[in-house]
Design a protein around this ligand. Structure first.
Ligand SMILES: Nc1ncnc2c1ncn2[C@@H]1O[C@H](COP(=O)(O)OP(=O)(O)OP(=O)(O)O)[C@@H](O)[C@H]1O
Length: 277
């Protein structure tokens, strides 16, 4: 559904942000795009939405060249940006003005998402808090029913109960024909939500695996003591013990510790990547 080949991009001359970046994303998945601050997550999402143009290579979404921003492409993609502007209108007027751009917009679903997020429906958008506005945009985005839904740091500004509401509404909205991409640098916010992990670092995609494959190949454990005989690939030690990633040598599946995996891949990626090759 999203096909990026050998993408090159830089904001400034001689300072490339992406070099030979390739990424292939399919429908029916919720991808978590993870990366350090400044790794290029927002930039990559803007390339997918056609808001920035490649300097080299290609970025195609549903067979459309994203940078052309053709109407047939625009009605099938929605980007929830990290920073956004909402006009001084009521929620109802916002829907009247914006929903017609999306042929499968589901108004009933929109209001049920707002209810789930406990958003008062008769308020002006500009009078809402940042977190409330964010929930309105997320609800609108889900209600558009576009084939591609991209969210840049959607959990920023959400309080703790809202983060779990967010996971709930997202999980309910994914269907086999939709591709969702969520970026974050707060990896724990996406726990139990995403089914594939994409990590961007060092100008390119360094990891792209579905959660099932990760738990087939790796075991995540908390150990009281480290033992040299164990196939430990990465360990993070604290007073509570050692959070470790081991090579999964059996068939048992453990729960992914995304923060640990992220840190492991960024600090010592080779032994882990070799397991996936
Ligand atoms: N409009 C711009 N002009 C010049 N440089 C930019 C611009 N936007 C971003 N950058 C630079 O590009 C790099 C990647 O920025 P980007 O916002 O894509 O990263 P990010 O991974 O989303 O970061 P964060 O997690 O902090 O949101 C950064 O070094 C940033 O300074």
């Amino acid at each position: 559904m999203i096909n990026i080949q050998s993408l090159k991009f830089s904001y400034r001359q001689n300072r490339p942000l992406f070099e030979d970046l390739s990424l292939h994303l399919e429908a029916g998945h919720i991808y978590g795009l993870l990366g350090k601050n400044g790794a290029g997550k927002s930039t990559l999402l803007k390339q997918i939405a056609g808001l920035l143009f490649p300097d080299g290579g290609s970025c195609e979404v549903m067979g459309y060249k994203a940078s052309r921003r053709q109407p047939a492409f625009l009605r099938e993609i929605f980007l929830v940006p990290e920073e956004f502007y909402l006009p001084k209108v009521s929620i109802r007027h916002y829907v009247i003005a914006n929903a017609p751009f999306y042929p499968r917009f589901d108004e009933q679903a929109f209001y049920s998402y707002l209810k789930e997020f406990a958003i008062p429906q008769n308020q002006q958008l500009t009078n809402m808090s940042y977190g409330q506005k964010k929930k309105v945009i997320i609800s609108f985005a889900l209600a558009t029913n576009t084939k591609v839904l991209i969210m840049d740091e959607p959990t920023n500004g959400l309080d703790i109960p809202s983060k779990s509401q967010f996971r709930k509404v997202m999980a309910a909205a994914v269907t086999d024909d939709k591709c969702m991409v969520i970026s974050t640098h707060q990896v724990r916010d996406l726990d139990n939500l995403i089914d594939s992990i994409v990590i961007i670092d060092d100008h390119k995609i360094i990891f792209n695996q579905d959660v099932g494959t990760v738990t087939d190949k790796l075991s995540f454990k908390m150990l009281a003591q480290l033992d040299d005989r164990m196939p430990v690939l990465y360990a993070d030690s604290s007073l509570r013990g050692h959070a470790v990633i081991l090579k999964n040598e059996g068939t048992e599946q453990s729960k992914i510790d995304m923060e640990l995996l992220f840190n492991a891949i960024l600090s010592n990626r080779q032994p882990i990547q070799e397991l996936f090759n």
